[in-house]
Design a protein around this ligand. Structure first.
Ligand SMILES: [Fe+2]
Ligand SMILES: [Fe+2]
Length: 261
């Protein structure tokens, strides 16, 4: 099977490159299953029903979130009600699903979403439990559905936290893909022939920006310390993703490749 994993979609710029390309990529690359991180799809902050529905229509099978899940009050209802929308399983102060099993073409694909705890900025760590303990709980819950494949979107800042999680889960899941930094790493690998891994898938959003934000605003905040309200850049988009191919009999990953436009 072929799985397409798309990094944080940022604002109108990110949504537009998906609208122009995603269906074609899915067809051309014979993608069987697509997971998209949508935490910045609504003007860079969070997600609304509009973007969630559009992502599904464009070909996402599951949409994941991250630390931007608190920005929009109306999103709380989506987290509770929308079947294919995940929030990090270790967040304790919002209701929603932290994992899911989707049956597609006779194959059961599980997806887990987790938040890191290291250098996560404004997130109140009091409401985020240990991702290492939480992931084992989620794996236990998923066992009853006997999934053929298990994917984890580990939304975290610190490389070491993601690398450690990769080592922790290398015998348990099909693939760990990192999100959140908006910069794609080039360390994709199949760990010990067992689990596909990449520290960060990257960003699908405005290239001329500071990880999606308007450059002049980001610079002002760093250079002069002015607290100008963040705004999403509307510049030309880039598309960052990886494609993971698995072997049908063993269910093990055989390749992980970065796929960018
Ligand atoms: Fe993000
Ligand atoms: Fe994030």
């Amino acid at each position: 099977m072929k799985f397409l994993l798309v990094g944080d979609v940022v604002g109108n710029s990110g949504m537009s490159i998906l609208k122009n390309n995603l269906k074609e990529i899915i067809k051309k690359e014979s993608i069987d299953f697509c997971i998209i991180n949508g935490e910045n799809s609504a003007s860079g902050r969070g997600i609304k029903e509009k973007q969630y529905k559009e992502l599904l229509e464009l070909g996402a099978d599951v949409v994941t979130m991250g630390n931007h899940l608190y920005y929009r009050k109306e999103a709380a209802k989506l987290y509770e009600e929308e079947e294919r929308l995940l929030i990090p399983a270790n967040v304790t102060n919002l209701k929603g699903k932290g994992s899911i099993v989707v049956e597609k073409n006779g194959v059961k694909v599980a997806v887990i979403n987790l938040l890191g705890k290291v250098y996560m900025g404004e997130v109140n760590n009091d409401f985020v439990t240990c991702p290492f303990k939480e992931v084992k709980k989620q794996l236990e819950i998923l066992k009853k559905d006997s999934p053929d494949y298990i994917f984890l979107d580990f939304h975290a800042e610190a490389t070491a936290e993601k690398k450690a999680m990769g080592q922790y889960l290398k015998e348990d899941i099909t693939c760990l893909f990192g999100t959140h930094t908006h910069v794609q790493t080039s360390d994709e690998e199949i760990i010990e022939g067992s689990m596909a891994y990449i520290t960060d898938v990257g960003m699908t959003g405005p290239k001329d920006s500071v990880i999606g934000l308007k450059t002049e605003i980001a610079l002002a905040r760093f250079v002069t310390g002015e607290k100008i309200k963040y705004e999403c850049s509307e510049s030309e988009p880039i598309f960052n993703s990886v494609i993971v191919t698995t072997e049908d009999n063993t269910k093990k990953p055989v390749s992980i490749k970065r796929y960018n436009i």
